[in-house]
Design a binder for this molecule. Sequence first.
Ligand SMILES: C[S@@+](CC[C@H](N)C(=O)[O-])C[C@H]1O[C@@H](n2cnc3c(N)ncnc32)[C@H](O)[C@@H]1O
Length: 273
Amino acid sequence: MSAPPTPKDVGAMYDALTDLLSQALGDNIHAGYWQDAQDTSNVAQAADRLTGLVGQRLRTGAGQHVLDVGCGSGRPAVRIAAASGSRVTGITVSGHQLSLARARPEASAPDGMLEFRQADAMRLPFPDASFDAAYAIESLLHMSDQRTALAHLARVLRPGGRLVVADLCLSTVPHGADADDVAAASQVFQVSSIASPDEYRTLLEEAGFKVEEFSDIAPHVRRTYAVVARTMCQAGESIGGELAVQLDGAAASVERFGTLDCIGYALVTAVRP
Ligand SMILES: C[S@@+](CC[C@H](N)C(=O)[O-])C[C@H]1O[C@@H](n2cnc3c(N)ncnc32)[C@H](O)[C@@H]1O
């Protein structure tokens, strides 16, 4: 078994893949949420809808301060700040994502509603009880020490503060070819581990959180994988050469990943008592 990725490895992967993933996912770097099979939303609308679901669960308002753990290129933070009136600080381990996030016009607005920093969630550089709420969209799965990251989150949240996690989860233990597909996709995307629902609950409770709501929304997000795989193939075709072969291989692995029954998607709300 190979060593889990370090924040540096994850940052380097996002430095290389953020433009491609953002292109595939409508300026976001997370899954879309479709209401049902008849939902004709495009991937950008569906991804923004997922951000909206996270934002609603935070229940913050004007004058409050929210931490975005793994902020990508900043679109979710911009949307959550605008919808809630809360100030949002986003952190990422990718220098390229940091530049993209800081280049957003909203990030330099004089109202100071948005701030982006390069920082590691496993060593959060913020004082105790300095945030009213926090959210992590598809970032925990990259972290080699989710226990430490969650302990930091419990530390920087004020009592009563909410944490919302939107992330892949393992609904069942994969075996055989399915396990190989999970391992292949995890290697491409520098995934450290994907927790089961029970593991999420335990991790959160051990960090001092009370789990308020846990939903597996996999049927609503599954379409995302085929969309990303298609964009990777198209990018490969336009580039050609060895990179095209690599992108094709990665796309096939993403597409297969999206068909696996063991892959769930957790939307969790927890409260720091
Ligand atoms: C799949 S992207 C999601 C980006 C963003 N949340 C979104 O939804 O558009 C994963 C994010 O997690 C961040 N991340 C991964 N490991 C991290 C760590 N140890 N500390 C802080 N951020 C991390 C990456 O830098 C990246 O921004």
